[in-house]
Write a protein that binds this ligand. Structure first.
Ligand SMILES: [Zn+2]
Length: 265
């Protein structure tokens, strides 16, 4: 019995010594592993080299004879060096010097987002299209309808940038006389347009190929409603006038825009 007890105690002592040895070996290995990490990443400056020297001591000194407090001191020294290097690096960054491999990404992201904001603003600032006329469901006459259509653009600001360009057109004038329209003054259809309205200076014009009720803006003349047809060619426009003198006066080449068309409804 005695010998068994002794054997057990002896074995426990041996096991304890082995475990202690293993623990010291692990600690030693860990502390030596920390060194290259500390030097290469966090301590690029020469001042840290001296701080690290104690941890970089020769391996023969890191024997089992080291006490816990000695190991703790080594770890403390290593951490202090680590912290000092980190602080020095931070101080360097604070001076405004930024290493090429540490170029911040944020400014680029900010620039992109600013461009997006500018794009959105440009889209928002696109010219507003001209107001669409509000017409009644039915009218007693075409004259009433064309007047209503014409008057619905009385508030238009004259901005042509958002308008559909019809072209650089040759404009002539016509009145209701026989030589212009082929109808004498006693003809019941005298002064009656192809759209069954009565010619009105400042409102009526004749265009082939555009729907009746199309609203034109002739730059230099004004707004006209397409009410009539004629013998014009190449999309030329005939503008109604009360006298031949007025017809001669406006004859010329003008930029023409479509303000509104019944085809858009
Ligand atoms: Zn005439």
């Amino acid at each position: 019995m005695k010998s068994i007890k002794e054997t057990i105690i002896f074995s426990l002592i041996i096991i304890s010594i082995c475990m202690l040895g293993t623990i010291y070996a692990i600690v030693e290995e860990k502390s030596t592993q920390q060194e290259p990490e500390t030097i290469s990443i966090e301590a690029p400056v020469e001042t840290t080299a001296s701080n690290i020297e104690p941890t970089a001591a020769p391996k023969k000194e890191l024997s089992l004879s080291l006490t816990d407090s000695e190991i703790q001191n080594m770890i403390k020294t290593s951490r202090a060096a680590d912290e000092a290097a980190r602080e020095e690096y931070q101080a360097l960054l604070n001076t405004g010097y930024v290493r090429p491999w540490n170029q911040p990404e944020e400014p680029e992201i900010n620039i992109e987002s600013e461009e997006e904001i500018i794009e959105e603003t440009v889209l928002e600032e696109e010219p507003v299209s001209t107001p669409a006329p509000i017409l009644k469901d039915s009218y007693n006459s075409k004259d009433e309808k064309w007047d209503d259509l014409f008057n619905s653009f009385s508030d238009w600001n004259g901005d042509t940038s958002s308008l559909e360009y019809y072209g650089n057109k040759y404009i002539t004038g016509y009145d209701a006389c026989y030589s212009c329209c082929g109808k004498s003054s006693d003809d019941p259809n005298y002064g009656v347009t192809a759209s069954q309205s009565h010619v009105k200076m400042g409102r009526t014009c004749a265009v082939n190929g555009l729907t009746f009720g199309t609203v034109l803006y002739i730059e230099g003349i004004g707004i006209r409603i397409v009410e009539d047809r004629g013998g014009m060619k190449n999309g030329n426009i005939d503008v109604y006038c009360d006298t031949h003198a007025q017809c001669y006066e406006l004859t010329g080449i003008y930029n023409v825009y479509i303000l509104w068309s019944p085809d858009w409804v």
